[in-house]
Design a binder for this molecule. Sequence first.
Ligand code: NAP
Ligand code: MG
Length: 507
Amino acid sequence: MTLTKKPESRPAAASWGLSKRGTPWEYAAAPEATDHIEIRREYGLFIDNAFAPSRPKETFEVINPATEETLSRVAKASKADVNRAVAAARRAHDTVWSRLPGSERAKYLYRIARIMQERSREFAVVETMNSGKPIKESRDVDVPLAAAHFFYYAGWADKLDYAFPGRTPRSLGVAAQIIPWNFPLLMLAWKIAPALAAGNTVILKPASTTPLTAYLFADVVRQAELPPGVVNIITGPGEIGMELIRHPDVNKVAFTGSTAVGKMIGRAVAGSRKKLTLELGGKAANIVFDDAPLDQAIEGIINGIYFNQGEVCCAGSRLFVQESIYEPLLDKLKARLSTLRVGDPLDKNTDVGAINSAGQLAKIAELVQSGIEEGAEIFQPDCVLPDKGFFFRPTLFTGVSQSHRIAQEEIFGPVLSVLTFRTPEEAIEKANNTPYGLSAGVWTEKGSRIFKMVAAMKAGVVWANTFNRFDPTSPFGGYKESGYGREGGIHGLGAYLDLSSEGANGR
Ligand code: NAP
Ligand code: MG
């Protein structure tokens, strides 16, 4: 709907009057253009700066979760391909990359960051088409943050001695990196930027549903003229990820994904000299006290659980509300939930896009069903979902008890469980009653209460009067079943360095 058109020339007369929700203005479609991007029909594995088919040649399909249409076919790596990729990374590490002065590595990283910025529109559109996330998020969050990670770690590349005074930081060698589908490009950046800054070379395995921005990034690697073998990208099922991790010539393993697979990886790496970081699931508590700025808290709750369709490891999926403000908060929250626009991820007005896969949609539906069956009360706004694609209504449960599956298990979808508390002590006890420990949120006017809560929360990251804020300078990670090690900041750099006095790899 453009404002220059006269009312009578509008295509849909109904959208001119009151909408179904009773708001006087309905948003017309505002789709992002897709004619400026190129998705190739087929992608080979990216090894030694060249795309080549897997051996034997096998491919699998990659779809758009919002339309279920095929976007491309990508190579399915074999064990022989894993060996090739590790050999390429080893050669590049030993002969070129680890020998370059840090200031030279920095130039490459700066170049990558700038090219990502220049091609940000392309990255945003491909990310949205492949993952289902709203374009406004890929455009304003994923892509700028990914570039920011390269800028940030470029700055450290020639300052490793200053970052770790009194040590002699050395690269670890070859890094095997496995990433999930919820933030495909951003997780790539979190993994590759610190690894390269520290002088390591990498083999990255993206999730099978979302490899396309990784292969677009491979183009950037060539454009930036990185030496061959420094960045290698291979696609294939989870088992191929396991082959990669087990490879004897790999020195560092970094994984983000489910706790179940993280545990398998921990076992596979145990007893080897490989360094490991695991970033796994979460079930974050978002705690709202009665003195919190209510409207601000509502936005934080919405952002906490409906951002990226709730497919966020640190999502604020358990809301704890102080009893005295339960009713006004719930009224406002339901009203705000009803204004979220669900649908075409490429539409610039869309708030909640498509769930990444049919499998994930089924998992969400199953857990929501369990919530109903266990006696919680469900609220969903009355929005119309597209006929095709994997969509799920933003959902809120009240009357949730601590023992319900929806209060215990990671749903990884747009589903919020609301619980209540009376005292700060009760909030702390309930919030920490989870096997996870990734993130938490606290909403209160009192600074002293923020400090008390932050100290008491068993979570790697605690946000105060905000939620889901990320910054390359700030370490991120969990403990308990949310994993260990930190990504981001100087901590994330240390995870890619040998800081021991003798040198862990005997070099
Ligand atoms: P997942 O299996 O842990 O997948 C994450 C990555 O690990 C993907 O690249 C996957 O490859 C790979 N992988 C799978 N099995 C592997 C194995 N045995 N060895 C090595 N790598 C392996 O996660 P998912 O199945 O996509 O999602 C399941 C649940 O995990 C979600 O519902 C959610 O609760 C949680 N999850 C958490 C995060 C997070 O950020 N913490 C991210 C995603 C999912 P393929 O794609 O080829 O299988
Ligand atoms: Mg899996």
